[in-house]
Structures are given as structure tokens and as C-alpha cells.
Write a protein that binds this ligand. Structure first.
Ligand code: ADP
Length: 232
């Protein structure tokens, strides 16, 4: 169990997060949706201990954690293999090859990032986030600015890894459909100071059925029409 409690987080006297209290079971996949600038990335920075300047506490094991960002953040002077080995604690090449094989990517092992398409580089970043078998993975809009087929492919690959390793995942997204597809819980944040407005349990996740997912989405939005603007 992980417990994230942020009583207060401010930047220059402006209160960004207030009374956030989230409990997560091991292996849960949750999404966080909220208006732009409400503090979602700030919360991920707190969870990953990049930011310790807040009132509150994290309880549970946050030590085995990885972070995937919007951009791939691969080092351009290293090959794919070298980029992946760089973060590997065991430096075990076989582990890296196995991960790449899982999503049919072994052929790019010796490529440099500049030779890869944006989608391909993002797939490598996805593989990187599963190296060292993290117990918690933070995803900050990892599917943003990808075309639809590439984005759907990456989501399928994320679920392949998720089902294999069962980490706890926290996904920040602005895309409700994506959250319904991927996560078993969706937390909706308010505008600043951000707090959790609705904690939506989504039992029918991981089903690639657009019509069914639209149905879930529309039913929820009919109940909370202003939720995506951070209002209830
Ligand atoms: P979100 O991820 O929800 O779009 P952020 O967490 O990036 O929002 O930012 C929340 C608010 O905090 C924004 O108003 C942003 O300008 C402000 N902010 C973020 N980081 C800093 C910082 N290092 N210094 C001052 N203000 C910041």
C-alpha cells in the first residue's frame, strides 16, 4: 500500500496543492486528470522525491520507482542498448534484450536516437521505465503528440509490460478516453489549489472497445459535465 498525503504545496506564496490524500494498492493503475497548470506534474515530482518542499508525507515503499516523461530523454550520443544499460542496476544485457523482444524492438538495439522516429523513441523510453522492475511507475503524459495508431500501439505495449510485471502505475493525462482504457481508477483534480474532486472506480479497463469506453465516458460526463474544467 502506498499513501500520498500532501497537506499543502505552494510556489512563491501561491497554494498549488491542498489536502491531497491518495491511497494506492500494489498493482493499481490510476490516472490523474485535471486542468492545465493545476499541479499534476508538481504532485509527480513530490511522489518521486524530486521535490521535498511541501507539507505532508509519503508512506510506503517509494524507493523502487521510475518516471516516464512526455519527451523520450534518450541521450543522443548513446545507442539504444547503451541508453538502456545506463539505467540498469544489474547491467545485464540479456534483461534488456528480453524487454525489447517483448515488444519486437530488438532490431534497433544498436541505433542512435536520432535515427528513430518519435514513436519509436517513445517505445524505447517505455522499455527504459520497466528496467530494474520498479514497483511504482510515474507516467507524465507519455502519449502526448503521437498520432493515433502510434499512441494506441504504445498503450498496448504499456499494458503488455504492466500485465507482465504488475507495478503500481500513476498516469497523468488530459485524455479521459485514455484514462478509461488504461486505469482502474481515475482521480479528477480541481483548479488551484488542486484537490481530488472525484475518485472514479473504472472496473472495465484494458478493453480496446471504443464504443464501450465512449459509453462509460459519456455516462460519467453527463453526471459531472464540468469535471474536465476542474469543477463539480
Ligand atoms: P500541471 O502538470 O497540472 O499542468 P504543474 O504541476 O506543472 O501543472 O504546475 C502547477 C502550477 O505550479 C503552475 O501554475 C505552474 O506555473 C507552477 N509551477 C510549477 N513549477 C514551478 C516552479 N518550479 N516554480 C514556480 N511555480 C511553479
Amino acid at each position: 500500500m502506498l499513501h500520498i498525503k500532501v497537506d499543502e504545496k505552494s510556489f512563491n506564496e501561491t497554494n498549488i496543492l491542498k489536502n491531497i490524500d491518495i491511497s494506492l494498492k500494489q498493482g493499481e493503475f490510476i490516472s490523474i486528470i485535471g486542468p492545465s497548470g493545476c499541479g499534476k506534474s508538481t504532485l509527480l515530482n513530490i511522489i518521486s522525491s524530486l521535490d521535498n518542499d511541501y507539507k505532508g508525507e509519503l508512506t510506503g515503499d517509494f524507493s523502487k520507482l521510475s518516471f516516464m516523461f512526455q519527451d523520450h530523454r534518450l541521450l543522443p550520443w548513446l545507442t539504444v542498448k547503451e541508453n538502456l544499460l545506463l539505467v540498469s542496476k544489474t547491467k545485464d544485457e540479456k534483461e534488456i534484450i528480453d524487454l525489447l523482444e517483448t515488444i519486437n524492438l530488438v532490431h534497433i538495439l544498436d541505433e542512435y536516437p536520432k535515427k528513430l522516429s518519435g514513436g519509436m523513441a517513445r517505445r524505447v523510453a517505455l522499455v527504459r521505465s520497466f528496467i530494474n522492475k520498479p514497483k511504482l511507475i510515474l507516467l507524465d503524459e507519455p502519449f502526448i503528440s503521437l498520432d493515433y495508431p502510434t499512441s494506441m500501439g504504445l498503450k498496448k505495449e504499456l499494458l503488455t509490460f504492466y500485465n507482465k510485471f504488475k507495478p503500481t502505475i500513476i498516469l497523468v493525462t488530459h485524455d479521459f478516453s485514455e484514462a478509461i482504457l488504461l486505469s482502474n481508477r481515475v482521480l479528477f483534480f480541481s483548479k488551484n489549489p488542486a484537490k481530488v474532486l472525484v475518485d472514479f472506480e473504472n472496473l472495465d479497463c484494458h478493453i480496446f472497445n471504443q464504443m464501450k469506453n465512449d459509453e462509460i465516458k459519456n455516462k460519467f460526463l453527463a453526471k459531472y459535465p464540468k469535471i474536465l474544467e476542474g469543477e463539480i
